[in-house]
Write a protein that binds this ligand. Structure first.
Ligand SMILES: Nc1nc2c(ncn2[C@@H]2O[C@H](COP(=O)(O)OP(=O)(O)OP(=O)(O)O)[C@@H](O)[C@H]2O)c(=O)[nH]1
Length: 275
């Protein structure tokens, strides 16, 4: 039977509607809070922490007999972790705590955040910060191992091989994004910085926040010498991800925001990797 918290004298005199019975016989798979914004600390490869604005969804299952979950407890749990370093291990603790405090069988979390990595312009060497959309997603079933997935979206430049081949001069080129979600075997780990760098190598050229004219000439010519369809980017990314130590599963989406169309070229792929 689910317990109620009796700590607060105000609460003890107020009816606990959430804990009352529901007669409809429907167990809910996920209930909780979404769109919670909190400052979190993410470990960086250099050994420090980056403060990020996290957008969080935290849910549990709810047995059919209860009318409601205890929403305030989700915020209590997340507030405990705000401003503390968060990675796979801490997310495991967070979900264990959630299962215990909500007397649930399973808990799920999505933490979306923008992560900044310093980029160096290819010729001038000038440094600037590029933002990457990242997500930590995890699922925990009571008594089982944590199921953890990391996702990142990386922008790139692509230049069309067909356009280059058939045109007297020029070739259409555009910005695209590659979105990767990756699961690794327990104990294996890849830094956001390392995965981003591997992914950026797979486009026709990388994108940079800050470029001077010499840099611009370089990236224009590099893309021209390295034409790729959206399929080429995706296939090269598959080969790269297969080589990462301990990868169990991955999913890729590539999207080129075509400059000659008002639509995108799109490719997707997922696979389980043999260990
Ligand atoms: N379950 C549920 N609660 C909601 C919802 N919308 C708002 N709440 C509010 O969430 C608040 C906190 O609920 P609880 O966590 O049960 O609060 P509490 O009983 O003071 O805290 P505990 O003693 O820890 O259970 C209440 O004021 C609810 O009305 C909803 O859609 N579902």
């Amino acid at each position: 039977m689910r317990q109620t918290t009796q700590g607060c004298s105000t609460n003890s005199t107020i009816k606990d509607v959430q804990n009352s019975c529901d007669e409809r016989g429907i167990a809910i798979q996920k209930v909780g809070v979404s769109d919670v914004h909190l400052p979190f600390l993410i470990k960086t490869k250099s050994g420090s922490f980056q403060s990020v604005l996290a957008k969080i969804k935290l849910t549990v299952d709810l047995p059919q007999e209860f009318k409601g979950t205890h929403m305030s407890r989700f915020i209590e749990i997340l507030s405990d972790w705000s401003q503390k370093p968060v990675s796979c291990r801490e997310i495991g603790y967070m979900l264990t705590d959630t299962i215990d405090r909500l007397q649930a069988q399973r808990a799920h979390i999505d933490i979306n955040f923008k992560y900044f990595i310093e980029k160096m312009a290819p010729v001038s060497g000038l440094k600037s910060m590029l933002d990457y959309d990242c997500v930590f997603s995890a699922n925990l079933v009571r008594g089982e191992h944590l199921d953890f997935m990391f996702g990142i979206t990386v922008p790139f430049t692509s230049l069309c091989p067909c356009s280059k081949e058939i045109s007297l001069y020029g070739a259409h080129n555009q910005r695209g994004i590659m979105r990767v979600k990756i699961k690794q075997h327990p104990g294996k780990f890849i830094w956001i910085e390392d995965l981003a760098e591997m992914m950026e190598e797979q486009g026709s050229c990388q994108v940079y926040p800050l470029l001077k004219r010499g840099d611009e000439k370089y990236v224009t010519e590099k893309a021209y010498e390295n034409p790729k369809f959206v399929e080429d980017v995706l296939r090269d990314l598959v080969l790269t991800l297969r080589k990462i130590d301990g990868v169990q599963w991955f999913e890729i989406e590539c999207e080129n925001y075509e400059s000659i169309h008002n639509h995108s070229a799109y490719a997707a792929h997922n696979e389980c990797v043999e260990s």
